[in-house]
Each structure stands twice: as structure tokens, then as C-alpha cells.
Design a protein around this ligand. Structure first.
Ligand SMILES: *[C@@H]1O[C@H](CO)[C@@H](O)[C@H](O)[C@H]1NC(C)=O
Ligand SMILES: *[C@@H]1O[C@H](CO)[C@@H](O)[C@H](O)[C@H]1NC(C)=O
Ligand SMILES: *[C@@H]1O[C@H](CO)[C@@H](O)[C@H](O)[C@H]1NC(C)=O
Ligand SMILES: *[C@@H]1O[C@H](CO)[C@@H](O)[C@H](O)[C@H]1NC(C)=O
Ligand SMILES: *[C@@H]1O[C@H](CO)[C@@H](O)[C@H](O)[C@H]1NC(C)=O
Ligand SMILES: *[C@@H]1O[C@H](CO)[C@@H](O)[C@H](O)[C@H]1NC(C)=O
Ligand SMILES: *[C@@H]1O[C@H](CO)[C@@H](O)[C@H](O)[C@H]1NC(C)=O
Length: 356
């Protein structure tokens, strides 16, 4: 049957509204000399993924230049210590930062990077999670390890969230079940077919931008290499529409994973660990690297880590319809409330102690 404009129109009317695009406006920017002002530094060894690392405090990260803004480019550097000698049984210093603000459903975060960490034993990620993980879920926008060539994107959730009928350019890595209880918490991962999305080729292409949409209709990621960054982002426009972005590289529609059920406000996170549960598992490590993860790389003078750094021009957060979707966690008023609680508690205690 030949299609007529009328029948095309009636088909278009059946297409979900999300394909028509959603408009977002800028609500938050992490960039330039103030980039590091509103992040918490983990300040403890990696007790999260068993990496052979210490996620240093802000003071140590600043004084040892593991987190700083490069004055020549005005971009943020987040890196592994590549100048200290680590002895057998010790760990190597690195950085994990988490945004003080949480972002609600209806947000998009756009990370503009020129370089991402790579190399044997290196496991970097730019991702987000809700404070009570696995409740509230996790969105991994950028992640891979060792000498892999492609970016991997993943959701981790409570049981019941699946990737069903995605519209995306990536391929499924293994499972479409996002439950943290499935497949040793591997999540529902997809892999970008473009080898400029990670590693040396990412850097050679001058990086690019990762766009993460956290919407009621679903969660999506777009990746654009520097040469193909859409104008609304390269020109720092204060708003954009997802209709200008084309097919996402990753997509988890709400039909298979009820976003409002499985996801809550997210903290944005950058981290780099070494070895650990994923990168350091012997079978995973052997896929792209020779030798033994800890003894042949982490131990030593650190010269193998010259590429283990993020170079970040900005992280910008956009919000639907100009409605702010920022949920502040550590703002001054919240701190004040807890200070007053302590004051009242102390006053109450001294009153009680003075009673006879
Ligand atoms: C990791 O260490 C921190 C600081 O001691 C602690 O608050 C947290 O509960 C630990 N996390 C895990 C998963 O052990
Ligand atoms: C792939 O998924 C299946 C089923 O969930 C699991 O048994 C298997 O271990 C996974 N393989 C890898 C390489 O993760
Ligand atoms: C990957 O991205 C680069 C840079 O934008 C582009 O030149 C190349 O054609 C892309 N490759 C594929 C397989 O899409
Ligand atoms: C981008 O635009 C925002 C406001 O729209 C502004 O605050 C910010 O300084 C701009 N950033 C750059 C790098 O020009
Ligand atoms: C660091 O160690 C590597 C491997 O052991 C060695 O090749 C290199 O010369 C060392 N670099 C310095 C500056 O000592
Ligand atoms: C450490 O790595 C940086 C790049 O991240 C590089 O500029 C620097 O020269 C390296 N330091 C040493 C001592 O090799
Ligand atoms: C945003 O605006 C569109 C179009 O006006 C409307 O359909 C949608 O419900 C709004 N969304 C929110 C979360 O306010």
C-alpha cells in the first residue's frame, strides 16, 4: 500500500511524545576555577569496589595536585598519583568526588571532557547514584577499564527494572536485567560502537560530550565526539531540546523500567580506582592486559599512570521546562538545622543534669 501524507500523519500521532523532544534549560554549571567547590571528596580507601587505592581528602587532593584546575586551559584535572612509589601491600592515591547537590527526575547532565583515564589496571567512571543505593538506582554514563576501546553505559537497580525495546545505537553487553542481584551486579550494560568513546582515540579526537537524560519517559545517553558536538552545547546555549540530538547511544525506556519507581534524586560522581572487583578480576584483566593487575602496575613508581586522568571542561545540569530539579543535600540551611538540633540537645541535657 503506498503511503500517503495522511497515513504518515496518523502513524506519527501514535509515536510516543518523547520522540517529539523535551526542552531543558540550564540550572547548574561546574566549570572553571570554581569547578571543585561543590563536591565531597570520599577521603577513605576504596571500600566500595575493592580497588588498590585511597580516595584522598580534598586537602590531600589539592596539595598533591590530584584535583586542580589547569590555569592554561581552565579545565578540571582529576587524576591518579603518577609520581609516588608504592610498595608491595600499599595502595595508590586517587580521587572520588560526589556532587553536594542531588538532581531529581526531569534533569539532564552534560559532561564535556577532553581526556578520560585509561590503561592497564585503571577503572574510571562518570556516573550517578541515589544516596540509599540500590534503592533509587545508579546511572553509569561513562565507564570502562584497562585497555578496552569502547565506553560502556549501565543501570544498576533493585529487582524489576529491565531494558525493553530500547531505541539506541549501542549493543547489549550481556544482560538486560538491571537488578543488582542479577549476574553479580553486572547491571544492564550496553557498549558504544564508536571507538572514540574511550581510551587513546577519545583523547586523539579531543574528547567529546556525554549527555545523560533522567526523565520519567526513560533514561538515555548521547555521546558526541568533539567534531560532532551539537551547536547548543558547543555555543553554551542556556537551553536545548532532545529533538536536536538524534538517536541516543543508550536508552532504557520506562516501559521496562519504571523510572519513578526505581530511580530517586541522583548525586553525580567522578572516580578512578585501580584493579578492584571489575578491572582487577583476573579473567577481565587478561582480556586486554598482560601481567598481574596489582603487582605489575599499582606497585612501582607510577609512570604507568600518565594517562590515568580526567580533563573536564564542564559539567552542566539542565532541567525540564525551567522548573528547578536541584535537591540540595548539604546546603547551609540544612547544616543550620542540625547545628540547632545539637544546641537544643545540649541545652536539654544540661537542664536535665542540673536537676536533682
Ligand atoms: C567505607 O568507609 C566509610 C568510612 O569509614 C564508611 O562510612 C562506609 O560505611 C564504608 N562503606 C562500606 C561499604 O564499607
Ligand atoms: C552473562 O549473563 C548470564 C546470565 O545473566 C550470566 O550467567 C553470565 O555469567 C554473564 N556473563 C558475563 C561474562 O558476565
Ligand atoms: C566515531 O566518532 C568519530 C569522531 O566523531 C567519527 O569520525 C567516526 O566516524 C565514528 N565512528 C563510528 C563507527 O561511528
Ligand atoms: C555558560 O553560560 C552560563 C549561563 O548561561 C554562564 O553562567 C557560564 O559562565 C557560561 N560558561 C562559559 C564557559 O562560557
Ligand atoms: C619507573 O619504573 C619503570 C618500570 O619499572 C621504569 O622503566 C622507569 O624507568 C621508571 N621511571 C623512573 C622515573 O624511575
Ligand atoms: C604524570 O602524568 C601527567 C599527565 O597526567 C604528566 O603530565 C606528568 O609528566 C606525569 N609525571 C611524571 C613524573 O611522569
Ligand atoms: C513541560 O512542558 C510540556 C509542554 O508545555 C508539558 O507537556 C509537560 O507536561 C511539562 N513537564 C513538566 C514536568 O512540567
Amino acid at each position: 500500500m503506498p503511503s500517503t501524507p495522511l497515513s504518515l500523519l496518523s502513524v506519527a500521532a501514535l509515536i510516543p511524545f518523547s520522540l517529539a523532544g523535551t526542552s531543558y534549560s540550564l540550572v547548574k554549571e561546574y566549570a572553571g576555577s570554581t569547578f571543585f567547590d561543590e563536591w565531597d571528596f570520599y577521603g577513605h580507601f576504596d571500600n566500595l569496589t575493592n580497588g588498590d587505592t585511597i580516595f584522598v581528602t580534598k586537602d590531600v587532593a589539592t596539595s598533591s595536585r590530584l584535583a586542580y584546575v589547569d590555569p592554561s586551559t581552565n579545565r578540571a584535572i582529576i587524576k591518579v598519583d603518577n609520581t609516588s612509589t608504592v610498595l608491595f601491600n600499599d595502595k595508590r592515591n586517587t580521587v572520588r568526588i560526589s556532587s553536594k547537590d542531588e538532581f531529581e527526575v526531569g534533569s539532564v547532565w552534560v559532561a564535556d571532557m577532553y581526556h578520560v583515564p585509561f590503561g592497564c589496571s585503571v577503572w574510571p567512571a562518570f556516573w550517578s547514584q541515589a544516596p540509599n543505593w540500590p534503592i533509587g538506582g545508579e546511572i553509569d554514563t561513562f565507564e570502562h577499564w584497562n585497555s578496552e576501546l569502547h565506553n560502556q553505559m549501565t543501570l544498576h537497580t533493585e529487582p524489576g527494572c529491565n531494558q525493553i525495546s530500547p531505541v539506541q545505537t549501542s549493543t547489549v553487553v550481556n544482560s538486560t536485567d538491571c537488578s543488582h542481584l542479577d549476574n553479580s551486579n553486572a547491571g544492564c550494560s550496553v557498549m558504544d560502537p564508536n571507538d572514540s568513546s574511550y581510551g587513546a582515540k577519545f583523547a586523539a579526537a579531543q574528547g567529546g560530550i556525554f549527555v545523560t537524560e533522567y526523565a520519567e519517559s526513560g533514561i538515555s545517553v548521547w555521546f558526541f565526539s568533539r567534531a560532532s558536538v551539537p551547536k547548543s552545547f558547543s555555543s553554551n546555549a542556556s537551553s536545548f531540546s532532545t529533538s536536536d540530538l538524534g538517536t541516543p547511544v543508550a536508552n532504557w525506556p520506562t516501559g521496562g523500567c519504571a523510572v519513578d519507581t526505581f530511580f530517586k534524586s541522583q548525586n553525580l560522581i567522578f572516580d578512578i580506582t585501580l584493579c578492584g572487583d571489575a578491572a582487577g578480576a583476573p579473567a577481565v584483566f587478561a582480556q586486554t592486559c598482560p601481567g598481574t593487575c596489582y603487582t605489575d602496575y599499582v606497585v612501582g613508581n607510577g609512570s604507568v599512570y600518565n594517562n590515568a586522568y580526567f580533563d573536564v571542561a564542564s559539567v552542566r545540569v539542565y532541567s525540564v521546562n525551567g522548573t528547578t530539579t536541584i535537591a540540595r543535600k548539604n546546603d547551609a540551611s540544612a547544616l543550620q538545622v542540625s547545628i540547632w538540633r545539637v544546641v537544643f540537645l545540649l541545652a536539654g541535657m544540661s537542664y536535665w543534669l542540673s536537676m536533682d
